[in-house]
Design a protein around this ligand. Structure first.
Ligand code: SF4
Ligand code: FES
Length: 273
């Protein structure tokens, strides 16, 4: 059932604070960055703080956030680690689109204000830090590891062709940009208190499910497909395609989901025959 009322304490207050860089050179490139702020310890509703900051010499959104935290406001909370688009921890909603702060250039964001919000529809721990517990549980539910009946003594080899089948699947960094951009995931997944068997797994978990289904060394293909043959887990994908628009690694979860659906049709045909 779609929830039409906002969760308690989620409405953004209009009294955000403003900060500005005091000392700037003549060649300063000032921009205003608006950041979603929420501190559970205060019990107050979230607000949006405004930072006027010199962007001279800064090319990436993550560097901008680090500058704001270092020079203007050390209380801003956000996750980051690798700074190279590898760890997946710096995914936020940047100017209305999910993506990685460390690989999003300021030149991609036009000339106006830069708005940075947490990933949509996720419980917020603090500021830009979201609670990804459910997201990781969904990933774990597809059993993202090799399950082979015969384990060789040495390397478990694949042909070059079998290995290439995994291209476009194994590169996922679990940043959650795709799942949290998906309206069906908002409405049918991650439901607090919802029944576990009525949950859409979302594009990221399903892309990974497909990665293991396609692995020539894995012997649980049929069990993996049977687990996904479910009205909620898989079939709540309505091909909205937001996942494809936002994936920072250029992956195509929607295609992976449609291929799982095709495999399920073939599987049912085989069972009837
Ligand atoms: S498929 Fe892309 S957007 Fe989704 S979690 Fe993986 S890397 Fe992130
Ligand atoms: S900091 Fe690792 S992906 Fe951005």
């Amino acid at each position: 059932m779609v929830e039409l009322t906002l969760p308690r304490n989620s409405k953004i207050k209009q009294d955000g604070k403003s900060y500005r860089t005091e000392k700037t050179g003549e060649d300063a490139a000032l921009r205003t960055v608006k950041i979603y702020r929420y501190d559970p310890d205060t019990g107050e509703n979230p607000r949006v703080d405004s930072y006027e900051v010199d962007t001279k010499g800064i090319s990436m959104v993550l560097d901008l956030l680090i500058k704001i935290k270092s020079e203007l406001d050390p209380t801003v909370a956000f996750r980051r680690s690798c700074r190279e688009g590898v760890c997946g921890s710096c995914a936020f909603n940047i100017n209305g689109k999910n993506g990685l702060a460390c690989t999003t250039g300021l030149d991609e964001l036009g000339r106006g204000d830069i708005n940075i919000y947490p990933l949509p529809h996720m419980p917020v721990v603090k500021d830009l830090v979201t609670d990804l517990t459910k997201f990781y549980e969904q990933h774990a539910s597809i059993q993202p590891f090799l399950q082979a009946d015969d384990i060789p003594e040495e390397e478990h080899l694949q042909s070059q062709e079998d290995r290439e089948e995994l291209d476009g699947l194994y590169e996922c960094i679990l940043c959650a940009s795709c799942s949290t951009a998906c309206p069906s995931y908002w409405w049918n997944g991650n439901k607090e208190g919802g029944a576990e068997d009525e949950e859409y797994l979302g594009p990221a978990a399903l892309l990974q499910a497909h990665r293991w289904i396609k692995d020539s060394r894995d012997d649980r293909t049929d069990e993996r497909l049977a687990q996904l043959d479910d009205t909620f887990k898989l079939y709540r994908c309505h091909t909205i395609m937001n996942c494809v628009q936002v994936c920072p690694k250029g992956l195509n979860p929607a295609k992976a989901i449609s291929e799982i659906k095709a495999m399920l049709v073939a599987r049912r045909g085989e069972r009837v025959a």
